[in-house]
Design a protein. Structure first.
Length: 410
């Protein structure tokens, strides 16, 4: 295996180009290698993913190599990865786990004993139960780098498992969004180094005024209307995909008299329901379906953010945007699963205004107006500090780039 004294960034999803771009700009090109994840993955969510990554990288005029061409052939001094490679393998452990989940696990599910175990032990002990797969996830990063840095993927944390126990042996250093995820990692992995970096993708955004001018041609904004950025998550329960958009379309269509609404369906949702784009456009929404969009720009130019679950909740908090959360029905399977694993975004909902499906147009309009008031903006600033820490806690990209360059010279 050839040892390469460079910093390598493994790109697993097209959106990661935006996540890494500001850091990439701080690193000398001769010291950097971009690695494109071209693993053969059957997940519908990853449809055309490799092709779109390559298009995005070429657009940024960056050189790259393919994962399949260097795996077990080259090893880099420093490797950065979100850990979202999607790599899977079948071995003795995965086979035994599969047998357990499809026998004992299913019995525990059907008898509801899994709920009792969850209550007393914090785990349902079903190992995936009826939804388990024969293969299991594994992390290839240690075969690609000597010093492996875990780049933060999102603050949408599964509080039952975060950080995943497998990370301990597969990552040496953890870059984190803020004090909250740092604390959880330090508690579980006592000897691992954590470094707070915030959200580098949101650094150095242009002013709101400049961004509105930039997107005027695409979205044709009305002169006197405030702008709402609606950014729904991907609801991954099989019979509920896209429902977090479909449920709200008709009510939000009525808001178009008062607001310009930019809606950005999740790329994974689009792969399952490509027709959702034409449906939204037909209803009069301004639709953004560009997979490698600099998403921070849409947050920045908006006056108000509509979101529901997942990482976009925390992006909005980080950028201190007036935010309204959209609730799914209480009997939603997706919501039920989130409650089982206790996701961080569910805890945050207690602090942010939200809407229910049966809320009237009057209630929606009042909630929008109230969310734009100064006291709500001050509340967002307070919430941000509690999760991410003071501005001084977040390391600059200059400091991070120096840290990485020092690592390849050690």
């Amino acid at each position: 295996m050839i040892k390469v004294n460079k910093i390598c960034i493994l790109i697993n999803w097209v959106r990661e180009i935006d996540m890494y771009k500001n850091l990439i700009n701080k690193l000398p090109k001769e010291k950097l290698i971009i690695l494109v994840n071209d693993l053969n993955n059957e997940e519908i969510e990853r449809k055309n993913n490799t092709r779109e990554i390559i298009i995005g990288i070429k657009k940024e005029k960056l050189n790259y190599k393919l994962y399949s061409k260097v795996y077990l052939k080259e090893k880099y001094k420093v490797l950065l990865s979100t850990g979202e490679s999607g790599a899977k393998k079948i071995d003795v452990v995965s086979i035994l786990r599969f047998i357990y989940s499809r026998s004992i696990g299913i019995i525990l599910e059907k008898t509801k004993l899994s709920l009792l175990l969850l209550k007393f032990f914090g785990r349902p002990f079903v190992a995936g139960g009826s939804s388990s797969k024969l293969s299991r996830k594994y992390y290839p990063e240690k075969n690609l780098g000597d010093c492996v840095v875990k780049f933060p993927w999102s603050m949408d944390l599964n509080l039952m498992e975060f950080p995943e126990k497998e990370w301990k042996d597969n990552f040496d250093i953890f870059f984190t969004h803020g004090i909250y995820d740092s604390k959880l990692i330090n508690k579980k992995f006592k000897n691992k180094k954590t470094i707070i970096i915030g959200y580098p993708r949101y650094n150095n955004l242009d002013s709101k005024k400049i961004l509105i001018r930039k997107y005027q041609k695409k979205f044709k904004f009305s002169k006197n209307k405030k702008k709402i950025f609606w950014i729904p998550t991907h609801v991954n329960s099989p019979n509920e995909i896209g429902t977090n958009i479909i449920y709200w379309i008709n009510n939000f269509k009525k808001l178009l008299k008062n607001y310009d609404i930019i809606v950005r369906p999740h790329t994974k949702t689009i792969n399952y329901l490509p027709s959702i784009i034409s449906e939204l456009k037909r209803k009069g929404f301004k639709v953004d379906d560009k997979s490698d969009r600099k998403i921070g720009e849409l947050f920045k130019l908006s006056d108000l953010v509509f979101t529901d679950y997942g990482g976009s909740v925390f992006s909005s908090i980080y950028l201190e945007k007036p935010t309204i959360l959209l609730n799914l029905p209480v009997d939603s399977k997706y919501l039920e699963n989130k409650k089982k694993i206790v996701t961080f975004d569910l805890l945050v909902r207690k602090k942010i205004s939200s809407l229910k499906l049966n809320d009237t147009l009057g209630k929606i309009l009042i909630t929008c107006r109230n969310s734009l008031k100064k006291k709500e903006l001050l509340k967002k600033s307070s919430i941000k500090k509690s999760y991410f820490g003071n501005k001084e806690k977040i390391n600059s990209l200059e400091k991070i780039s120096k840290f990485l360059l020092k690592k390849i010279n050690d």
